[in-house]
Design a protein around this ligand. Structure first.
Ligand code: ADP
Length: 169
């Protein structure tokens, strides 16, 4: 059984085995939570991302997929980078957002991570409506077959915290 909890705060400060990064496909850093993770974690994370680009992910990490690196100076052991879909009104990309959560948990299982923190993937620069993102994230984690014991959604502001809390209750 995976326990799902919500906290309001900064994901970079979480003492968990792995934190999930809402990365972009370049893996070379960006704004939002990605920028915060690289700033707080230091250059080791970017070096590991560059190595991934030079090997398995020459064209970048596809949307909906996930890959792990060490977490540098962060209190977590690993960062699991996943690329959320950009929200679209014309096209339903929900399956890609669900895939980010499933794939991140699959990578966490490969690492042996038991506690994993997720941000609200795609709800920032990628503009996914918060309530809908919360529903997809929580439903997907609930349905996942994983050895992860605790999934902690770490929400940056009160609105995100409320949206996720409603789904978890
Ligand atoms: P995306 O490109 O997937 O939309 P963003 O990083 O722009 O990714 O935003 C994803 C979510 O992460 C947003 O809800 C944003 O408020 C939140 N966020 C930004 N910084 C942090 C942080 N340090 N810890 C947790 N969440 C954060």
């Amino acid at each position: 059984m995976t326990t799902i909890i919500c906290v309001q705060g900064d994901i970079t400060g979480q003492h968990v085995d792995a934190i999930v990064n809402a990365a972009n496909s370049s893996l070379l850093g960006g704004g939002g939570v990605d920028g915060a993770i690289h700033r707080a974690g230091g250059p080791e994370i970017l070096a590991a991302c560059r190595a991934l680009r030079a090997s398995h992910y020459g064209k970048g990490l596809p949307t909906g997929r996930a890959v792990a690196t060490p977490a540098g100076r962060l209190p977590a052991r690993w960062v699991i980078h996943t690329v959320g879909p950009v929200y679209s009104q014309e096209e339903d990309r929900s399956e890609l957002l669900a895939s980010c959560h499933r794939e991140s948990l699959r990578v966490a299982d490969e690492l042996g991570a038991r506690t994993v923190a997720f941000p609200a993937i795609s709800t920032g620069i990628f503009r996914w409506p918060m309530e809908d993102a919360a529903r997809i994230a929580v439903e997907t984690v609930r349905a996942a077959e994983t050895n992860v014991e605790e999934v902690r959604f770490v929400l940056f502001d009160e609105r995100a915290y409320e949206a996720f809390s409603v789904q978890v209750r």
